[in-house]
Design a binder for this molecule. Structure first.
Ligand code: GDP
Length: 195
């Protein structure tokens, strides 16, 4: 699946804009600055594919990337923007809910958690939304290179405890560093295993 090239397809702002559900897809969610763009770039081996900095104007978009001809990687930006207007947040949440509960080809969501910070309230919210949408999700710890082993273990324990409360959570946690490349091959093979 990861042999082919990766391209940005489109940013979707309404259900009518979704590309045809003609291939498997996985989506990525996480607070802004968690390292989501870096992870998507690392997974696809395409520098600059996902924007390395999200601009507020694009927070309501669901961004689709192809990875070869048989896989979509879907970037779900847009949570943890405390200063976005309420109407914008509500419109976004509605689209997100409809996408998550209606997308037949969506095989798994990856919820990105910063290895330094653990699960925050907004992460809990997205996890609950995934529960209610019946989308299996798996936690990916980002920026693993930034924490010492001892601190990392403490954070992983906190994540494990949080996951235990969510019926849609897949128990295995993936540790990654987009900077060092750790865990990227593991994550690719997890995605390939979803076929
Ligand atoms: P996004 O907002 O979730 O898309 O986050 P970005 O991918 O833009 O990353 C936010 C910041 O964290 C940037 O300065 C990245 O260079 C940095 N970053 C992302 N991944 C890693 C990582 O694995 N290790 C380190 N040390 N920094 C990272």
């Amino acid at each position: 699946l990861f042999a082919g090239e990766s391209l940005f397809v489109k940013g979707v702002v309404a259900m009518s804009g979704l590309p045809d559900a003609d291939r498997m897809e996985v989506c990525f969610a996480g607070r802004s600055n968690v390292g989501k763009s870096s992870l998507i770039n690392a997974l696809t081996g395409t520098k600059g594919l996902a924007r390395a900095s999200n601009t507020p104007g694009r927070t309501q978009e669901i961004n689709f990337f192809t990875q070869g001809p048989e896989l979509y990687l879907v970037d779900l930006p847009g949570y943890g923007y405390a200063n976005a207007p309420l109407a914008v947040v509500e419109k976004w949440q509605k689209l997100l809910k409809r996408y998550l509960s209606g997308r037949q080809t969506l095989r798994r969501a990856f919820v990105l958690i910063d290895s330094r910070h653990g699960v925050k309230d907004v992460d809990e919210e997205i996890m609950s939304l995934l529960d209610s949408s019946a989308v299996t999700f798996q936690c990916v710890m980002t920026k693993a290179d930034k924490v010492k082993l001892k601190d990392r273990e403490r954070v992983i324990e906190q994540v494990r405890t949080a996951l235990a409360r969510h019926p849609a959570a897949y128990p295995e946690i993936v540790l990654t560093s987009s900077e060092k490349g750790d865990g990227i091959a593991t994550l690719r093979s997890i995605i390939c295993g979803l076929e």
